[in-house]
Design a protein around this ligand. Sequence first.
Ligand code: FMN
Length: 306
Amino acid sequence: MVDLSISLTPELRLQNPVMTASGTFGYGREYEPYLELNKLGAVVTKGLSLLPKPGNEPPRIMETPCGMLNAIGLENIGVEAFLSDELPVLKAAQATVVVNFFGETIDEYEELAGIMDQETGIDALEINISCPNVKAGGLQFGIDPRMAASLVAAVRRRTSLPLITKLSPNVTDIISIAMAVEAAGTDCVSLINTLTGMAVDLQSSKPVLANITGGLSGPAIKPIALRMVHQVARNVNIPVIGIGGISSANDALEFLLVGATAIQVGTCNFANPVITAEIAAGIESFLHERSISHINDFIGSLKIPS
Ligand SMILES: Cc1cc2nc3c(=O)[nH]c(=O)nc-3n(C[C@H](O)[C@H](O)[C@H](O)COP(=O)(O)O)c2cc1C
């Protein structure tokens, strides 16, 4: 037997390192017919805001040769409907629940964190810091280390739940952002979110997405994500969760090898709704074949030639 359990914080222990990525697993309910949600490391919900959001106009999804572009615009049902209609389903399934959330102002992030702190059945929060910030003139919190740190510090003061900060790859130096949010009190970082991309239609000479640009995800982004996880893991002292194009156990193992303590699977859930269970089983057999009895002995074991 291989022990796949990992700890993200002393309170947040996952039975295996395979989590779902926000926005690609709904609120969990849709996948219940295919998967036992309590067998996953954790379910990460679609990003929640204080009030429901309709998201962007269609078309807002475009398939690319090795992934997808999306400009959903953070459509969600709002925190109240989540707590009354969706959280009970996850609780009944005994899933480990990580709630991804976002706001347009620091006040909104703080208010959300305060509301969720009072709930039972939420195991951790994941802050998405790559959203437009109205008060700072349309800038994103996630691209400036000082703004990212003030946001995380404010949220930290409002909740004692384990806090994961999800980083944007659309920055020049992701290490400085990771170090800033670590200093501000986040318990873990997760990376990466989508990379800004674009598609155009030659027939109509128009952009494909109504929003013009969208976020690129899926296998196309894996090498970039792997590089960023490697760099961040070497520069922070908190657990790193690897995300980006993971579509097999080998992909997941590569992220663990470079130092991720856990991983999240996103776009690939759309193609194969049971991929998370297959990845957990694949990690177990790989470690078993190598006679590695605890996953911690594999995490971060990358050998860099001197
Ligand atoms: C349709 C879609 C919706 C997403 N919504 C969110 C979201 O609400 N919050 C968030 O932090 N990330 C969101 N993401 C980003 C994913 O969680 C993940 O970071 C990204 O897709 C990279 O992983 P992947 O290549 O495995 O998909 C979304 C991604 C997709 C494809």
